[in-house]
Design a protein around this ligand. Structure first.
Ligand code: BES
Ligand code: MN
Ligand code: ZN
Length: 474
């Protein structure tokens, strides 16, 4: 989608105009054109300016006027959602939106994010139907700098969505690595793709153990963004299971259906480093994404096998379906050696996180409350929903192993997200660290506002805001 800021006399011939309506049918500031609309027509449609409502009506000059309801006292989130709803409703190639002229804090960002995210479609495998019409959006009285940043954020989020939505067959670890490397290099990120022999040289026993059952070789993707005067060093690690069958501890069919999503963490950290580089934040970012299938084959890791990750405790694998933590152990070990100021890992790690918080809230665990608070603060700026969970040390003994240093599951299914986080803490080192378990919200269940059914890209914008705050704190 092409986006630009316009002001003064804007020609609306052949376009769709998008205007905001408050409760009681008052126009949103900047959307005064709403006052000219035939009241009887609006009344008969049932449109009352309530949040989420949308109505197309005739406009004297434009092709159509789309009214979006914003309720009583709309803020950033309402404006973003309404922009997404409107973007899907536009039936012309070009549209002019009045919503950025509303005077609401962050209005331009809300309109750009809402429009670009809400109009997202994954059509690679569709041979019928038509893509959405909207291709050019003009923001009356928008802010050009805010537009550019918001576009970088939303485009990166859609990039992550594309990778996650891709069927597992078509994203072998090496193919996915190539696709990610191509996209992030364009943003100025340097990349290294480690093949199996390099992974062996680096002694990444966790990655090799998970990959052992697959005919497709694992890959470790290393990405670095280094601006001129970095104020801080952020390390990111993303879980990149290209398909999670469960391995020999095989999943039941219904639980396997959505397991192409299991590389969401890798997609999110990759999209985030791309956006950070595009925006040019003054923070060095080092990113590791281990990519592998968790498949079943003659030499697959067996329950009871022991793995040696690059650093930290040896692992008795009692359940091959708790595989994300095995590759993250290596990823965390690798970034620990770089001594960053903050490490964040992102993973669709546990069904338990989804049970605890549902499909719309991501879990954050952190080495201390200050780190957790910085993630929650970044999420709040980004307009993503995170909730802090406890890294309850008393549970740690549940993963003591009889024959190795640690085992990859506890004896119960209770507190599974916490157990997984405690496992990761063993590899994260003593520095500031946060673990984002996005197993619930990585996939959107319905299309509404800026949300689209399918991969959500949740976490990308929070990571960028976190990097921004690190850069500012210096
Ligand atoms: N990828 C799954 C977690 C998951 C579940 C993500 C549902 C998204 C939706 C992970 O690898 C897994 O299988 N975890 C197991 C851990 C268990 C064996 C300790 C789980 O959550 O059941
Ligand atoms: Mn699994
Ligand atoms: Zn998994």
């Amino acid at each position: 989608m092409e986006l630009r800021v316009v002001s003064g006399e804007v020609s609306v011939v052949d376009t769709t105009v998008i205007a905001g309506v408050l409760a009681d049918l008052e126009p949103l500031p900047g959307s005064e054109v709403v006052g000219d609309v035939d009241e009887a027509l609006v009344a008969s449609s049932g449109f009352e300016g309530k949040e989420g409502q949308v109505l197309s009506v005739p406009h004297p000059d434009a092709e159509t006027l789309i009214l979006v309801g914003l309720g009583e006292a709309p803020g950033f989130k309402e404006l973003r959602a309404a922009s997404g709803t409107a973007a899907r409703k536009v039936k012309t190639g070009r549209a002019v939106t009045l919503l950025a002229a509303s005077g609401i804090d962050g209005a331009t960002r809300a309109v750009v994010e809402g429009s670009v995210l809400g109009a997202y479609q994954y059509r690679t495998y569709k041979t019928d139907g038509e893509p959405l019409d909207l291709s050019e959006l003009e923001l009356v009285d928008g802010d050009a700098d805010a537009l550019a940043e918001a576009e970088a954020l939303a485009t990166a989020t859609n990039l992550a969505r594309d990778w996650v939505n891709t069927p597992a067959r078509d994203k072998s670890p090496s193919a996915l690595a190539e696709s990610i490397a191509a996209a992030v290099s364009e943003a100025g990120v340097t990349t290294e793709i480690w093949d199996r022999s390099r992974i062996e040289e680096e002694s990444l026993g966790g990655v090799l153990g998970v990959a052992a059952g697959s005919d497709r070789d694992p890959v470790v993707l290393k990405m670095t963004y280094e601006p001129a005067n970095p104020q801080a060093h952020l390390a990111l690690v993303g879980k990149g299971i290209t398909f999670d069958s469960g391995g020999l501890s095989i999943k039941p069919a219904a639980s396997m259906e959505e397991m192409k999503d299991d590389m969401s963490g890798a997609a999110v950290v990759s999209a985030a480093i791309a956006a950070i580089a595009t925006i040019g934040l003054p923070v060095k970012v080092s990113c590791i994404a281990p990519l592998t299938d968790n498949a079943i084959g003659g030499d697959a890791t067996r329950p009871g096998d022991v793995l040696r990750p690059v650093d930290g405790p040896t692992i008795e694998v009692l359940n091959t379906d708790a595989e994300g933590r095995l590759i993250l152990a290596d990823g965390l070990g690798l970034v620990k050696a770089l001594e960053p100021d903050l490490t964040v890992d992102v993973a669709t790690l546990t069904g338990a996180a989804r049970v605890a918080l549902g499909d719309k809230i991501a879990a954050v665990f952190a080495s201390d409350d200050e780190v957790a608070e910085s993630v929650l603060q970044a999420a709040s700026v980004a307009g993503e929903t995170f909730w802090q969970m406890p890294l309850h040390k008393e549970y740690r003994k549940q993963i003591d192993s009889d024959i190795a240093d640690i085992k990859n599951i506890s004896g119960t299914r209770y507190g599974g997200a916490i157990i997984a986080a405690l496992f990761l803490a063993e590899y994260a080192g003593d520095g500031p660290w946060a673990h984002l378990d996005i197993a619930g919200p990585a996939r959107g269940r319905e299309t509404s506002g800026e949300h689209v059914k399918g991969a959500s890209g949740v976490g990308v914008r929070t990571l960028v805001e976190l990097a921004r705050s690190l850069g500012e704190a210096g």
